[in-house]
Design a protein around this ligand. Structure first.
Ligand SMILES: [Zn+2]
Length: 121
């Protein structure tokens, strides 16, 4: 039979079975085991990187909440501000928060892509 990864002829004691239809030579079996160890470490770093992205997204939510509260307070305190001013201000706050939130999303995504590339090596 042949190793499913490197197609090397293998027989007897040298055959390592992943499942019924997938024989591996000793070398590929060893490599596969190492890969599993690496992917475990990579999952660990991935969750750490996602924390940075999640933190930025939390800041974005704070911007939304504080921005909305400030807008309402300003609207109530100063009788000058019109509904249009309030709505435009809320819209500006929403967009700023959205940009921040998107940045967090991009950082999470970049972290995942980077980790996927480093696992392949
Ligand atoms: Zn092999």
């Amino acid at each position: 039979m042949k190793c499913i990864l490197c197609a090397k002829e293998i027989h007897g004691e040298n055959v390592k079975w992943i499942n019924e239809n997938s024989p591996l030579c000793e070398k590929c079996a060893a490599l596969t085991e190492k890969k599993e160890e690496t992917s475990f470490e990579y999952n660990h770093t991935e969750s750490e990187k996602n924390e940075t992205g999640a933190m930025i997204q939390t800041v974005a939510k704070i911007i939304w909440i504080l921005g909305a509260i400030t807008a309402i307070i300003l609207f109530v305190v100063s009788g000058v501000a019109s509904i249009i001013v309030l709505v435009s201000y809320l819209f500006a706050v929403f967009v700023s928060g959205l940009l921040m939130y998107g940045l967090g999303e991009i950082i999470i995504l970049l972290g995942q892509i980077k980790d996927k590339i480093s696992t392949k090596r």
